[in-house]
Write a protein that binds this ligand. Structure first.
Ligand SMILES: CC(C)(COP(=O)(O)OP(=O)(O)OC[C@H]1O[C@@H](n2cnc3c(N)ncnc32)[C@H](O)[C@@H]1OP(=O)(O)O)[C@@H](O)C(=O)NCCC(=O)NCCS
Length: 173
């Protein structure tokens, strides 16, 4: 899936040695440092799948990571928790997501989030996952609320969106 804004066409691809991670800046130093120093190690050790938004295969316009995770029903809002078992529930963690500062506010965050949710949903048909979970960085919580995530009661920064809701977005039949 490629997306065009202005004259550049952007695509999402797995992180590789061709991507210039050092030049990426999203305004949150922890996320910049993660991409520069940690992301390729996490990828090599199978701790996170890392995906890059890029127009030319070199410059990084944004990135996200997905990992397997689990959550307890006791830590979910009551309306989502009912009917769920008491043992840990499999979920997909959207560990990190960021858009380059120069491209923020132009719809790329929403594009990349939908891309991540679709990938998580497709993956869940092979390895079940009940929801996508994100631990929002300061300032980004409102972005996820706006994108239909629900906050969890025990951790205000942790938000979830059930896979059923994601499925309705991409397979409304
Ligand atoms: C948060 C982030 C990913 C959003 O990406 P973006 O490209 O700036 O956002 P978009 O332009 O796609 O915004 C989509 C919609 O969400 C809204 N939105 C975006 N950021 C928002 C925020 N922080 N609070 C509330 N609403 C927000 C926009 O107003 C827009 O709404 P509209 O379609 O009605 O205009 C991006 O700003 C970013 O990378 N920030 C720094 C890193 C970060 O905090 N990452 C999240 C870590 S958990």
């Amino acid at each position: 899936m490629a997306q065009k804004i202005g004259s550049a066409e952007y695509r999402v691809e797995p992180l590789g040695p061709n991507h210039d991670r050092a030049a990426f800046s999203c305004g949150v130093s922890e996320l910049d440092a993660y991409l520069k120093r940690q992301a390729s190690q996490d990828l090599k050790r199978n701790l996170a799948a890392v995906f890059i938004l890029t127009a030319d295969g070199k410059n990084v316009a944004g990135f996200y990571t997905l990992s397997a995770h689990s959550i307890l029903a006791a830590n979910l809002p009551n309306d989502l928790a009912k009917k769920l078992p008491r043992y840990p529930i499999p979920v997909t963690l959207l560990g990190r997501m960021a858009i380059a500062q120069s491209l923020q506010g132009q719809g790329w965050g929403e594009f990349l989030l939908l891309h991540a949710l679709k990938r998580a949903w497709i993956g869940s048909r092979q390895v079940a996952s009940w929801a996508v979970v994100v631990d929002a960085k300061a300032g980004a919580r409102e972005f996820y609320l706006y994108q239909d995530f629900t906050p969890t009661p025990d951790r205000p920064d942790r938000l979830v969106i059930p896979m059923k809701a994601i499925e309705r977005m991409f397979d409304p039949s």
